[in-house]
Write a protein that binds this ligand. Structure first.
Ligand code: SF4
Length: 498
């Protein structure tokens, strides 16, 4: 199979074993080079930026404490926030799930007879699949974040929660633009590509009827929304169109405006390694700015603002003693960038339908289906990410817990049957056979030594290698070690006279 022709969207659902393998091969052959280079740049920058933070550990503790307190009091904070937004003339909607959130947003757009919507980057809207719903209602959606614009043109889903097009080299972006836009002048350099996208999008901003953004944080006491960005497109999305809709998960709400600072100090250094993002927007919508009629024919005098908070499994996560911790995540991406497996594969293989990296598995399981988190198997539990997390989430432990749930859920009758013949503890018999085999390797090695040389002959047979390949995923080309009748321990005892 030519993996250059496999589209990431085709392998997005990795609950199927075949798609999972296809995604891994496609990522290695097509996307790995760009992911490795870009994550390494983020990492180098992060080490420098974090080293410059005075009392980094205390700041992390502070951020963690704020998130813990906020998640513990979400229902009260939501009530307070609703009051804040509506008392200033804004609209507030608490959506139960993705469908509910999408329908609300679509109805607002239809009421305003919206023809064109500009959108800032929002992983929550990826989670709810908002674009499909709006486009099916006949509304044009223009992604305005440069990386999201590239992905929209390529019809791909994000491969990273902060840098969605991290898997594309400049050359692949140039090829894409050439194919889709057939520009008069060749677009090759980063600057040429960016200028082209900027001009294309500027017109969309001026014509847009509605702007949709996400939110990095929302404060309950003042209804303040924090949006960090590098390109200025969020600022234009939230200010140019007469209607602004902000869509965010309920976990983005924190108690008070004075709690924003630690997150601003931690977010950019942890993610891209910048001391501060190029733009930090702190809004208290609805804004009291005049509406300019760039499009012509509009009679909107006042700005309209809608805050759509979506649950979509988050309140159930909050009740879960283990995966509740993922709600503290501020989506900085440090855990993705530092992960060696992610550096090789990127989020189209080491990711699900929306979220990627180790923490992505918890988000997929919490907001989607548990099976969507199958890629959690790619985490080796090395724990490098724990120290990088600005809110001290034990990501490998959460990932391990998700894997346990997947194994329990998956009914592998062959593994349960064969595990009766293994020295596996009863509570571990739901694990895949491969894991049971390697977890009990000492037992098999001992048996092999006792039966040597018979065991060496038997394990070299074609049929044995086939069984080992099918049952334990031991590649047939791998050279197996030879069992010795006398073990090292026995030899040592003999030599030392014990
Ligand atoms: S788990 Fe921690 S390191 Fe990973 S994205 Fe979330 S906040 Fe950042």
């Amino acid at each position: 199979m030519d993996y250059k022709t496999v589209k990431p969207r085709d392998v997005a659902n990795k609950s199927s074993e075949l798609n999972f393998k296809k995604a891994i091969r496609m990522a290695i052959e097509v996307e790995s080079e760009a992911v490795r280079r870009n994550t390494n740049t983020f990492n180098q920058n992060r080490y420098t930026a974090v080293a410059d933070i005075e009392d980094y550990d205390a700041l992390k503790d502070r951020a963690r404490a704020i998130k813990e307190e906020s998640i513990a009091t979400i229902p009260q904070l939501i009530d307070q926030l609703r009051e804040q937004i509506t008392s200033r003339g804004g609209f507030f909607y608490l959506a139960k799930n993705a469908v509910d959130a999408n329908n609300y947003i679509k109805n607002v757009c239809v009421e305003h007879k919206a023809e064109l919507i500009v959108k800032a980057k929002s992983m929550t809207s990826e989670e709810t699949k908002l674009n499909h719903v709006l486009q099916n209602a006949g509304i044009e959606v223009a992604e305005t974040d440069l990386a999201e614009f590239i992905l929209q043109v390529a019809d791909e889903q994000p491969s990273h929660i902060v840098a969605p097009a991290i898997h594309r080299t400049r050359e692949r972006i140039a090829e894409l633009f050439k194919e889709k836009f057939n520009p008069d002048q060749p677009l090759e350099t980063g600057e040429e590509l960016t200028v082209f996208a900027r001009e294309w999008l500027r017109n969309k901003f001026l014509q847009a009827d509605v702007g949709i953004s996400g939110a990095n944080l929302i404060t309950a006491d003042t209804g303040t929304i924090v949006l960090v960005e590098s390109e200025g497109n969020i600022r234009m999305t939230t200010i140019l169109p007469p209607v602004h809709i902000a869509l965010a998960g309920v976990e983005k709400v924190i108690k008070k405006r004075s709690d924003i600072a630690p997150f601003i100090e931690l977010l950019a250094p942890s993610g891209t390694g910048q001391p501060l993002t190029s733009y930090t927007n702190i809004l208290r919508p609805p804004l009291k700015l005049p509406v300019y009629d760039f499009k012509g024919g509009r009679n909107a005098k006042n700005r309209e603002f809608h805050l759509v908070l979506v649950d979509n499994g988050r309140m159930a996560m909050r009740e879960d003693p283990v995966i509740k911790e993922a709600l503290y995540c501020i989506r900085c991406s440090a855990c993705l960038n530092v992960c060696t497996n992610f550096q090789t594969l990127g989020g189209h293989a080491f990711g699900g339908e929306t979220y990627s990296g180790g923490i992505g598995a918890i988000w997929e399981a919490g907001t989607g289906r548990l099976e969507n988190a199958r890629f959690a198997d790619l985490c080796t539990g090395c724990s490098r990410c724990i120290d990088q997390c600005p809110v001290r989430i034990d990501i490998p432990w959460l990932t391990e817990n998700i894997r346990f749930r997947l194994n329990v859920q998956k009914k592998d009758y062959l593994a349960s049957f064969l595990s009766r013949f293994m020295p596996t503890a009863a509570e571990d018999r739901h694990n895949p056979l491969q894991k049971q085999f390697f977890a009990n390797y000492y037992f098999f090695a001992r048996l092999g030594s006792l039966l040597a040389p018979l065991s060496n002959w038997a394990s070299s047979l074609v049929v044995s290698r086939w069984f080992m390949s099918v049952l334990f995923s031991v590649d047939k080309r791998r050279k197996l070690p030879q069992f010795k009748k006398e073990t090292l321990i026995a030899q040592y005892k003999k030599m030392s006279g014990e």
